[in-house]
Design a protein around this ligand. Sequence first.
Ligand SMILES: NC(=O)c1ccc[n+]([C@@H]2O[C@H](COP(=O)([O-])OP(=O)(O)OC[C@H]3O[C@@H](n4cnc5c(N)ncnc54)[C@H](OP(=O)(O)O)[C@@H]3O)[C@@H](O)[C@H]2O)c1
Length: 240
Amino acid sequence: MKEKRAYVTGADRGLGLELVKKLLKKDYMVFAGAFMPDEKGLSELENQYSKQLKTVKVDVSSDESVLSAAKEISRETDYLNLLINNAGIAKDRSETILDTMYYDDMLRLFNVNSLGTLRVTKSVINLLLKGEPKLLVNISSAAASVGTVTRKNQYGYTMSKAAVNMQSKLIYNTFHNQGLEVRAVHPGWMHTSIFGNADVMKDATFEPDEAAGLILESVFQPLKDEGHIFIENNGKPMPY
Ligand SMILES: NC(=O)c1ccc[n+]([C@@H]2O[C@H](COP(=O)([O-])OP(=O)(O)OC[C@H]3O[C@@H](n4cnc5c(N)ncnc54)[C@H](OP(=O)(O)O)[C@@H]3O)[C@@H](O)[C@H]2O)c1
């Protein structure tokens, strides 16, 4: 059987690192997108899985960096079975519409969360279309769900993640007839450092390794609601 191959962005820590660990245990060859120079998680894994794991530097906010990572990957493989667009940021100084709006923060959120995801998908779509099976997983958020949102703030994060859902559906519409499965997944509230300090998320429902396990079980299952690709970590459809 052909080796399964995956590419995961934002893999230095948090959910991304846990997804990489679980994929390695499932015998995938993994291209792990590294962004932070100081995090030790990936280099420790590289020692353990020297043949299966390849770290690739990638800043998803930069065309040049994304293209250079894709070139590096295509020198090693002519197919991918799984792309997980996990890299994301959340910090935005803006509060409600009555407060100051920090458009610079929001532009950065759009560039990383929305366009970064699209950029990376575009950069390796040809490799992904050659995979058998082939699956694109975009890490979205409950914050993207216009149907359920009750918050009055986080304009940048919520809007940037809603755009992730839209691009996921456009890609599904384009390539589903060629066998590409697409999922936009809310990973659950996780105890990570997405706000710079893990204490902010200390009451979160999931540890990232638990969320990673649930995601990797659910994304390979058939959709519960045909064509409804926005799901929770357990595969349940989420309202767009
Ligand atoms: N934690 C939650 O409760 C929660 C809920 C819903 C959705 N999510 C989503 O889950 C995903 C993983 O987040 P997490 O909670 O595991 O947070 P995290 O620990 O901060 O992980 C995100 C990773 O992406 C990296 N990253 C940031 N900007 C990047 C860029 N330009 N290029 C490449 N990588 C970049 C981060 O590096 P830096 O730290 O240096 O920025 C970090 O290593 C994100 O898409 C997030 O929006 C999280």
